[in-house]
Design a protein around this ligand. Sequence first.
Ligand SMILES: C[S@@+](CC[C@H](N)C(=O)[O-])C[C@H]1O[C@@H](n2cnc3c(N)ncnc32)[C@H](O)[C@@H]1O
Length: 242
Amino acid sequence: MFEASAAIQAQETTRAYDRIAPLYDLIDGIYEHSWKRRLRSKLFQYATGRILDVGVGTGCNIPFYPKDSHVIGVDVSEKMLERARGRAQESACSVTLKSMNLFSLDFPDNSFDTVTITFVLLCLPDELQEPALRELKRVTKPDGQILVLDYQMSSKPGVRLWRKYLSPWLKWAFAARFDSTTEQYVEKAGLSITKKQTFMSDGVAMLILQSDEDNAAPVEKPVTVEKAVDVETSIVPIPEVA
Ligand SMILES: C[S@@+](CC[C@H](N)C(=O)[O-])C[C@H]1O[C@@H](n2cnc3c(N)ncnc32)[C@H](O)[C@@H]1O
């Protein structure tokens, strides 16, 4: 019964990202260069085999795709995909970009070894987190992995405070939120966290997820939870792109 909510989310998100696409890289540039790139590079160290990048956006992950890999990137916003096409052309990898809603991925079950999703689940309300994870799981091979990089609620009061003031802007401009609740829905979606690492005063998390099903080969269990060296040196009240 999530379909109606998912349809609204896709509609609102498409509108927001089609509007912001021409400015996206400019607005997010300071974050991209100061810390996002570093985390993208960490995340893609775990990407192997056939890869699906969900919510590929303007293609900021493309420079970090493993050498010689073939990656399919999907997004609901055609305008974001247009910008990603430029990056794809410059890439040494084979990149295919498609317009697609993450709630109805047009791929058979068990299609990918790795599914990546960076700063996308923050566009979803709580009730859509589990259906989204279930759809990602469906297209991931039983022994494959889902790599998530996203905002989460920080444990630091200072960060929570300035994010609180920026939240209305984030919601309006990027249909997004800082307090993504994905982790709470991992188990319900039949997945488990095999690795978790937090960054930026606990405000950003990298999760590696794997199917909970019996036929899945255990990878890096039990869960390792690491706090990476915090690189956030100053809190600049600049609107932060999701
Ligand atoms: C903040 S951007 C992140 C883009 C990119 N992954 C990155 O790390 O820079 C969020 C992207 O998710 C896409 N998105 C949001 N909801 C989606 C959905 N239901 N299906 C597919 N893409 C979606 C948006 O269109 C947007 O391009």
